[in-house]
Design a protein around this ligand. Structure first.
Ligand code: ADP
Ligand code: MG
Length: 729
């Protein structure tokens, strides 16, 4: 688990050395917990609720029990078969007798129990009921016990939930509990990050009370109230960071990109398609931001194929039209090259400045990669520095290298999974005259709104919801083979499509069936062995529904030429049914394909299934996708497929995927270190909290940008940023 050292060392948080014994200290250091503030914010993993208090005679052997008892006597004697002492403590609940039995290796342990279990005093004892084999007397071996106070509070304390902390090797749960207990004595000295006004407004416990509720709760409600403080606190620190970054942007100059001609309109005029309403809207929202005199930071999200590239290109032309340059950064060289091809393709002679065939208003679009020859690279660098190159395309390395821009007005970052401080910090002075360029980050992994606030709360999120590429759309169904009629209907439908002159894709998880089975994706339900392309193709040949259909196969073991041949045959309509592995997942564009059948669909991930069904319904005919499975109807996998079938757009799916995989993955995939160091906050579950924390944090930072009046918050921010940096490297 990622551990955060909450409020900064050096701001007054008590070092644990001053609080704990060495054994406890070592246990806490094992979790990178060094101060009182760290320790009391280190939440239990869960709680155990003890058995209800009962009379001893009601308890059957083997049952978990808790009882209030009085000590009547202690006997210690050496053990016969091994070294050490057998300590028997006789107790009674007034009605029945009970023996507490301890096998103790060391003399000091005997002394410890003797001093803590005094004759005549009352205790609550907890354990599993046993029985002395000779006398039949009820026994508890090595029970937990504590002093009992005969008041309503005492009774509640005896039945309170007990914290269970994560453990590292050789550390006892008791050590963790003792350490925390000891720390609670100093709870009033904790560094209070949340202002009192916020606590009151949000109905949160003061920090010290929250710590006690979390670690020493009387009820389950206490544990929730305690945790609520920490969750809000974490959200608040995060939002304060975002608020500060916004405030910083407000103080930073950026070139206002307001030029309204001639390149951008010239591109619009020659686009081979009409921009969708969504593209126009997002484009306008983006241009409004680019026209500002302070750097804008936008997250442009939209499904694969939703047309983000065109929007980015229009924005980049806007920069060039305004007398500045734009850079487009891709995660890999291959993608950078692809962008370069696409963009020069769309621009045509508008990108051919300085050439005979160039348009009068043309600019120059340059690719800059590490694998270019030195001479070419040097020439490009010169053109970037002189301003000759209006648009520069490269990998993220463009930023780290000392590439000099004449006047960089806009940076577009494609598929950036770890956007955040680092890049923007680096960009800050890359603009003309020390100004900061505007930044647009594009992602095809849409993030639900509240999660976006937590993850990239300093970016404006613009979203493309439609996908112009998918014209006719796709309807999905789950087919359970356990219901033979459905399966027949599926193949019959495939046959009908073929008869109507359309094409069918059948996707299998494997090439051959005797291949070693891949591990079950869930690991929980046993899955039937995966089907292979080869065997499936053979089986289909004998299915009456597909009689006469021409069946082809495609998979990664074919040579490049064979693959090309198969795809040509498919495109030319010489193959009716193509049985394939997921090689067809990306890039296959066959407008005549109407039907996608995924066999053993439970073996595919959400985004894979979404990509696969996106292969059909691209032309005139509506697409139909069958998610075929042999898992039991109503099982977890089956329900999951059902929800994939029902979720039609990439956003619904992304959300589904997030819920299924949990926030951890989102955080891991998308994030700057900031999100990965979250301890208490779950960016999906705690959406409401995040929104409220934002409402509270932004005005506070606006009123006091340097947090002069909030030194503890300032320190917490610094610590979190420092931890995020550590985690990132
Ligand atoms: P993304 O980058 O969001 O994955 P692209 O910008 O690459 O999507 O667009 C996917 C495809 O759709 C491209 O071939 C692009 O030219 C095309 N396209 C973009 N906008 C439209 C539109 N409004 N109408 C039709 N096709 C479009
Ligand atoms: Mg793209």
């Amino acid at each position: 688990m990622a551990r955060t050292r909450t409020p900064a060392r050096g701001t007054g948080s008590l070092p644990l050395e001053e609080v704990l014994e060495s054994k406890e200290l070592k246990a806490m250091h094992g979790f990178d917990v060094h101060t009182l503030d760290d320790m009391l914010r280190f939440a239990p993993r869960r709680y155990t609720v003890p058995a209800a208090l009962r009379s001893i005679h009601e308890v059957a052997e083997g049952e978990e029990m808790a009882a209030v008892v009085t000590v009547t006597g202690l006997t210690a004697r050496s053990m016969r078969n091994r070294r050490g002492t057998l300590l028997i403590v006789d107790v009674t609940d007034g009605d029945s007798a009970l023996e507490l039995v301890f096998f103790l290796a060391k003399e000091h342990q005997v002394a410890w129990h003797r001093s803590h279990l005094r004759v005549g005093e009352r205790y609550t004892v907890y354990g599993i009921a046993g029985r002395d084999s000779r006398t039949g007397t009820p026994q508890l071996t090595h029970p937990r016990y504590e002093e009992y106070e005969d008041t309503p509070e005492g009774r509640a304390r005896a039945e309170r939930p007990l914290p269970v902390y994560p453990l590292k090797k050789n550390v006892a749960q008791k050590t963790m509990r003792d350490a925390t207990e000891r720390g609670l004595e100093f709870a009033d000295g904790l560094q209070r990050i949340l202002p009192d006004a916020v606590l009151r407004r949000r109905g949160l416990l003061p920090l010290a009370d929250a710590a006690r509720a979390l670690h020493r709760p009387l009820t389950v409600e206490d544990t929730l109230a305690g945790r609520a403080h920490l969750v809000f606190e974490e959200a608040f620190v995060l939002q304060a960071i975002f608020a500060q970054r916004r405030a910083q942007d407000e103080r930073t100059p950026a070139p206002a990109l307001r030029g309204d001609g001639p390149l951008r309109p010239a591109l619009d005029a020659r686009l081979p398609f009409t921009l969708t309403d969504g593209q126009l809207e997002v484009g306008a929202a983006l241009e409004e931001r680019l026209a500002r005199e302070h750097p804008t930071s936008v997250l442009l999200q939209g499904d694969v194929g939703s047309g983000k590239t065109v929007i980015a290109l229009r924005a980049m032309l806007r920069a060039v039209d305004s007398g500045h340059q734009a850079a487009l950064l891709a995660p890999t060289e291959v993608l950078a090259e692809q962008h370069h091809r696409t963009i020069t393709g769309l621009l045509g002679d508008l990108a051919a400045a300085g050439r005979l065939d160039g348009h009068a208003d043309a600019t120059s679009v340059r690719l800059l990669t590490g694998s270019q020859r030195t001479a070419e690279r040097r020439r490009t660098l010169l053109d970037v520095a002189s301003g000759e190159a209006g648009i520069v395309i490269g990998t993220h390395a463009l930023l780290t290298e000392s590439v000099e821009f004449a006047s960089l007005g806009l940076v577009v970052i494609d598929e950036q999974h770890r956007f955040g401080v680092d890049h923007r910090r680096r960009l800050r002075s890359k603009g003309p005259g020390g100004m900061s360029p505007h930044v647009v980050v594009m992602t095809a992994t849409p993030i639900p709104r509240t999660a976006a606030l937590a993850v990239v709360g300093d970016l404006d999120v613009l979203t493309l919801r439609e996908s112009p590429g998918r014209r006719a759309g796709v309807t999905s169904f789950v087919v359970h083979e356990s219901l033979p009629r459905w399966e027949q209907r599926m193949w019959a439908r495939a046959g009908e499509e073929v008869a109507a002159g359309r094409q069918v894709f059948v996707v299998c998880p494997r090439i051959d069936e005797d291949d070693a089975a891949p591990p079950d994706p869930e690991g929980s339900e046993p899955l039937p062995p995966p089907r292979g392309v080869t065997e499936t193709a053979a089986r289909l040949a004998s299915r009456p529904e597909l009689a006469g259909a021409r069946v082809g196969v495609l998979h990664g073991r074919l040579s490049t030429e064979e693959k090309q041949q198969v795809m040509e045959d498919v495109v030319a309509g010489r193959i009716d049914v193509l049985v394939a592995t997921t090689v067809i997942e990306v890039g296959v564009d066959v407008p005549n394909a109407s039907t996608m059948i995924v066999l053993d669909a439970e073996r595919f991930g959400v985004s894979q299934l979404h990509q696969l069904r996106g292969r059909v319904g691209r032309g005139e005919a509506p697409g139909i996708a069958f998610l075929d499975t042999r898992v039991e109807q109503g099982s977890v996998s089956s329900q999951h497929l059902q929800s994939v079938a029902e979720a039609t757009d990439g956003f619904a799916l992304a959300e589904l995927d997030l819920h299924r995989r949990g926030a951890g993955d989102l955080v891991g995939e998308l994030q700057s270190g900031l999100g990965r160091t979250l301890q208490h906050l779950d960016v999906i579950r705690d959406g409401e909290v995040i929104a409220r924390a934002r409402e509270d944090a932004f005005p506070l930072v606006a009123a006091d940008p340097d947090l002069t009046d909030h030194p503890v918050l300032a320190a917490a921010i610094e610590t979190r940023l420092a931890d995020a940096d550590v985690e990132r490297s």
